[in-house]
Design a protein around this ligand. Structure first.
Ligand code: ADP
Length: 273
């Protein structure tokens, strides 16, 4: 079980070149994969391919298939898919609905749409607030929060749906180091709970710390995939200009010998590539 991507190619409408080219990948249930690649290599398109109901996306040309737990993605209905795959985008501002006055209501929104009983909704929202350590934000207006708080609420609104798979596209590109650590703590909790995680992330130091496996995209093709250690040590990353910054490597050497703590590493701000 898990996700099987088989000979998957994708071309945007009116474009003449495939953006994703014959992708083959098997993601087992419970694995934590990071997607790495230069800007424009197809990472976001890859995430969207897993979304199925993204407006207009599937008007493009698709060949091959994506199979989730033995079922072709195109055969899922929206209700089924929402509890199967949850998506968190780069920009929390696009994820927050904008129609709810409190964080509590915002997180409850998706469950309301599924017509879950009120008592159950209250229970699940409270559990999620606790799990993500954001109980103190419960009565706040989502529009009046910091970027980091918004991103945590955006994550909460997906996690409350209890999807088996989380697809997370550069969740911290707009956040400072503290906000970044907070988000990764949450992602790590989800990984530990056995969720399958597919994460786009530029900051290899975070991938080195948290992910298990890495797939590297280059011009829409998979050029490397496999265990984190193997991939991070592969010279191709440097050659493609997406290797880990020198200072991060040094920091990791220090962590290994017990001379520094992960929390002390100055995480790269913004994009490192
Ligand atoms: P990444 O996330 O790695 O930066 P993207 O998936 O965003 O890469 O983009 C991959 C390629 O697809 C880029 O060349 C980009 O210009 C192109 N692209 C992205 N979105 C669209 C679109 N809606 N229509 C046409 N081309 C697109």
């Amino acid at each position: 079980m898990g996700i099987e991507i088989k000979n998957f190619s994708y071309k945007y409408p009116l474009e003449d070149k495939n953006v994703l080219e014959n992708l083959n990948l098997k993601i087992e249930t419970g694995e934590f994969w990071a997607i790495v690649g230069k800007n424009g290599s197809g990472k976001t398109t890859f995430c969207n391919a897993l979304r199925r109901f993204v407006p207009d996306f599937y008007k493009g040309e698709v060949t091959g298939k994506i199979v989730i737990d033995g079922k072709n993605l195109k055969d899922f209905n929206p209700k089924e898919l929402v509890t199967k795959v949850g998506f968190v985008f780069q920009n929390p501002f696009t994820q927050i609905s904008g129609v709810k006055d409190t964080v509590f209501e915002e997180i409850a929104y998706g469950l309301e749409n599924l017509a879950v009983e009120k008592e159950k909704i209250i229970k699940r929202v409270n559990e999620t607030l606790k799990l993500l350590e954001i109980e103190h934000l419960k009565d706040k207006n989502p529009q009046e929060m910091s970027g980091g708080q918004k991103q945590r609420v955006a994550l909460a609104s997906i996690i409350v749906m209890d999807p088996e798979i989380l697809v997370i596209d550069e969740p911290t590109s707009q956040l400072d180091p503290k906000g970044t650590q907070d988000i990764f703590k949450i992602i790590n909790i989800m990984a530990k709970k056995g969720k399958t995680i597919i994460l786009v992330e530029h900051k290899l130091e975070l991938i080195a710390e948290y992910a298990e496996k890495i797939v590297v995209l280059d011009e829409g093709k998979i050029i490397l995939s496999g265990d984190k250690k193997e991939i991070l040590n592969n010279r191709l990353l440097e050659e493609k200009g997406i290797g880990m910054p020198q200072y991060s490597k040094l920091a990791y050497e220090l962590i290994k010998v017990g001379k520094a703590k992960f929390e002390e590493i100055p995480i790269t701000k913004g994009k490192t590539v």
